[in-house]
Design a protein around this ligand. Structure first.
Ligand code: CA2
Length: 156
């Protein structure tokens, strides 16, 4: 079976993880999260690439690039752009790559403006509230989903 290629995208300010606001976002750094994703990917036979940007247009460009790189699935924490960005939503819909939306915190336990996501209804699934573990759960769920749709296509 072919190795699945997964892109993990982190939105604005997530480069600060582990250095500020540990009450909301914990002590784990983004480098720690990326390393644990790569380690889990290795053990599951997935090729995991990670990317972070603080700029909406750069995130859109990276999503477009994913389509030309034959990325099979995306794990994305759009951070604050979750709640505002039609551009990120349109980019995900345009590339048509299955994706899981991830949040470190449970956005539904926080301010009202964080309850709305511009991407969630286009996502395969959402994982929120488990800190860095949210990403690992999302990676497992995405792998399972990608296997299921491959099996479905074989059966057709
Ligand atoms: O819980 C999440 O993962 C969020 O996507 C994080 C975003 C927030 O705007 C979303 O509502 C929920 C914020 C990321 C900011 O990350 C920081 C990390 C350390 C210090 C300051 C900000």
């Amino acid at each position: 079976m072919k190795t699945l290629r997964i892109l993990v995208i982190h939105g604005p300010n997530l480069n600060l993880l582990g250095t500020r606001e540990p009450g909301h976002y914990g002590h784990t750094t983004l480098a720690d999260i990326n390393q644990s994703l790569i380690n889990l990917g290795d053990s599951l036979g997935l090729e995991v690439t990670t990317y972070q940007s603080n700029h909406e247009g750069e995130l859109v460009d990276r999503i477009h690039q994913a389509a030309s790189e034959s990325i099979d699935g995306i794990v994305i924490n759009p951070a604050a752009y979750t709640h505002t960005s039609i551009a990120l939503r349109d980019a995900m819909l345009a590339t048509n790559i299955p994706f899981i939306e991830v949040h470190l915190s449970n956005i539904h336990r926080r301010e009202d403006f964080r309850h709305r996501s511009m991407l969630a209804d286009a996502a395969t699934g959402i994982v929120a509230g488990f800190g860095g573990t949210s990403y690992l759960l999302a990676l497992r769920g995405l792998q399972d989903h990608l296997y299921q749709i491959t099996e479905q296509n074989r059966g057709e």
